[in-house]
Design a protein around this ligand. Structure first.
Ligand code: F6P
Length: 601
């Protein structure tokens, strides 16, 4: 970033920490001052804004009210939780470590538990990790927002996974400290301390946890957090909740929230594995070194911002002309492609065909609890063979294809697939990780580079201090950052974001309902009651609301919103914009030749 850009954004970097900045909102819902104008930015500026937002994850604590990723308090809790995991690893009989969450948080629970169970199998140990995702395995690949609102479902799914277990370390992930599904699970753990030790991971200070009544419950997310805070004093519960700053796209916790979840949980589980199997006791220094390695991952990744910009431009162009972006991946990096693609529907109102991920080996590689889900529909066809049959025949130069792999994958297979794709489109790109010393696949890599329009190659140092598993986790994070930038940037260029707000979303759960009401207020300046009324009119498709509609609860509203479909002829959900629902006169303007969303006239 140019020096002048830095100087003008330095105040913006910390602006969100001021008590006067959007005081009614928790950090995870605030709008990031760094991205206020992302909707009118060039691809190059979008990538720089995302870089600056991601860098906020590692911002030092400034004595403000917020604990950060590297604060002593956070590092100490990471160590305590790692020691609890170590105990389970050393005595796994009748024990489990469960990671659970909704949407991206559940997908990352799956990714992390898969990776660490694989590590255990390699050590001839039995797996101790299990995941829960609200909505079941179909939510790994598609948006299932409604189950997030169900605390009882959360509790029941936890009970089911833990049947017969005598000791369970439960790690609930809710970036916004808000998901009722997770609150129900934590409450259950608190009621059964003889078996369960609850850990909460999120990115708001405790007092900003959601305080909305939950249907059929005597607790709220906030009251659960307060009970956990009390127990944390005697190490019977743990809260890992550093602030990482507002998301680049307001509330889009798939981005920093997801990255920070991955970072924190991998740090904890890696420290536990080292203590249990490599005689390296859990220590502050090791935790800090691991955190710093992730900080370097950000630097190394964004050092390639020119090529990331090329990818954003290519993907943006594809989406703008109604074509598609495909991620063809190998190993766990492919899973990050599947995850990134699955998030485009709830974030940008995208069709599942707009951005799609495919994994070499399909469900065999995924190894999810419920097995192959292909019977659920084309959206769930995820193998490279599915790509070859369903997508390849219709590819043109207007579609963008990304190959995502590392030097430890079967690079010969990457060449084969690259050749086949190249016959249909020249718009082929590679995202590739290798260690600085590795030259084994140099010839094949040269061939891939010849076939591709651009190659984002990241070379990593593999010194004695960097284990193969750490390196792999860095590749994953790096890939996540690149893909998040590509899909976010491309949708911004398509006009799917207004300022830095999602405006093309279905209001399919209570969090999204509240967020939509607030957005209407912000953009229209009208009172909350009027905005909620306008939102309800849209949800029910009514010009006048009946008593039934106004007296129903939020769950009923969101269940109705789920049934609202796209406008015919349009590939996207109809953008929910203030003009639609409030009758506020709006004008659509074009800045830099690009649609700039609705502007109040
Ligand atoms: O319901 C929408 C959503 O924002 C998802 O996109 C997100 O991944 C999920 O909720 C989980 O949010 P949290 O981690 O804050 O519970």
């Amino acid at each position: 970033m140019a020096k002048s850009d830095w100087t003008c954004s330095l105040s913006a970097i910390c602006e969100w920490e001021s008590p006067d900045y959007e005081p009614s909102l928790p950090v995870s819902e605030k709008s990031n001052p760094l991205t206020r104008d992302i909707d009118r930015a060039s691809a190059n500026s979008i990538v720089k804004m995302l870089q600056a937002c991601d860098a906020q994850m590692f911002q030092e604590e400034t004595g403000s009210t917020y604990h950060k990723l590297l604060s002593d308090q956070v590092v100490t809790t990471l160590m305590e939780v790692a020691k609890r995991v170590e105990l389970v690893l050393k005595d796994p009989e009748d024990s489990l470590v469960i990671l659970s969450g909704c949407g991206t948080s559940g997908r990352l629970a799956f990714l992390i538990t898969s990776g660490f169970n694989r590590a255990l199998r390699q050590l001839n140990q039995s797996p101790v990790y299990s995941y829960i995702i609200a909505g079941g395995d179909r939510a790994l690949l598609s948006s299932q927002e409604a189950p997030e609102d169900d605390p009882k479902l959360g509790m029941l799914s936890l009970k089911k996974v833990c049947e017969g277990k005598k000791r369970v370390l439960f790690i609930g992930i809710s970036c916004g400290l808000s998901a009722p599904f997770v609150a129900g699970q934590l409450d259950f753990c608190l009621q059964h301390p003889e078996v369960y030790t609850p850990v909460l991971v999120g990115f708001n200070p405790a007092h900003q946890a959601r305080d909305e009544p939950l249907p059929g419950c005597t607790f709220t997310f906030l009251s659960v957090v307060q009970r956990m805070q009390e127990l944390a004093k005697s190490h019977q519960a743990f809260l890992i909740n550093p602030a990482v700053g507002p998301e680049a796209i307001s509330g889009s916790s798939r981005m920093k929230g997801g990255s920070a979840t991955k970072i924190l949980l991998e740090v904890v589980l890696s420290a536990a594995h080292a203590a249990a199997f490599s005689h390296t006791p859990v220590a502050c220094n090791g935790i800090l070194l691991h955190l710093r390695a992730y900080e370097k991952t950000l630097d190394l990744t964004y050092a390639q911002s020119e090529i990331i910009t090329d990818l954003v431009e290519a993907a943006g162009e594809s989406l703008r002309c109604g074509r598609r972006v495909c991620y063809l991946g190998w190993g766990s990096l492919a899973l990050l492609g599947l995850i990134d693609a699955s998030e485009c529907n709830p974030t940008f109102g995208a069709d599942f065909e707009d951005v799609r991920g495919f994994v070499s080996g399909g469900y065999r590689e995924l190894n999810n609890k419920e097995g192959p889900l292909t019977a659920l529909g084309p959206e769930f066809c995820i193998a490279h063979e599915d790509f070859l049959h369903q997508v390849l025949p219709r590819l043109t130069d207007k579609d963008t294809v990304l190959l995502i792999y590392t030097h430890s994958d079967d690079v010969g297979k990457v060449v084969d697939l690259a050749r086949r794709v190249r016959e249909k489109t020249a718009n082929l790109h590679a995202v590739y990780h290798q260690t600085d010393e590795d030259t084994s696949a140099a010839l094949q890599q040269d061939e891939i580079s010849r076939l591709c329009l651009s190659t984002l190659k990241i070379a990593w140092l593999q010194g004695a201090s960097v284990s193969a598993s750490l390196l792999h986790m860095q590749w994953e994070l790096s890939t996540k950052l690149v893909l998040n930038a590509v899909s976010t940037g491309a949708h911004v260029l398509k006009g799917k974001i207004y300022q830095n707000h999602m405006i093309d979303v279905q209001v399919t759960n209570s969090k999204l309902y509240r967020r939509a009401t607030r957005l209407l207020q912000k953009l229209s300046g009208r009172p909350e009651s009027q905005c909620e009324e306008a939102l309800l009119k849209t949800i029910y498709g009514a010009n006048k609301l009946t008593l039934d509609m106004t007296t129903s609860d939020v769950i009923t509203h969101t269940c109705t919103a789920v049934t609202r479909t796209k406008f015919s002829g349009s590939k996207s959900f109809r953008p929910m914009c203030p003009r639609d629902v409030l009758d506020v006169p709006m004008a659509t303007t074009q800045i830099n030749g690009q649609p700039n969303g609705p502007i109040a006239a």
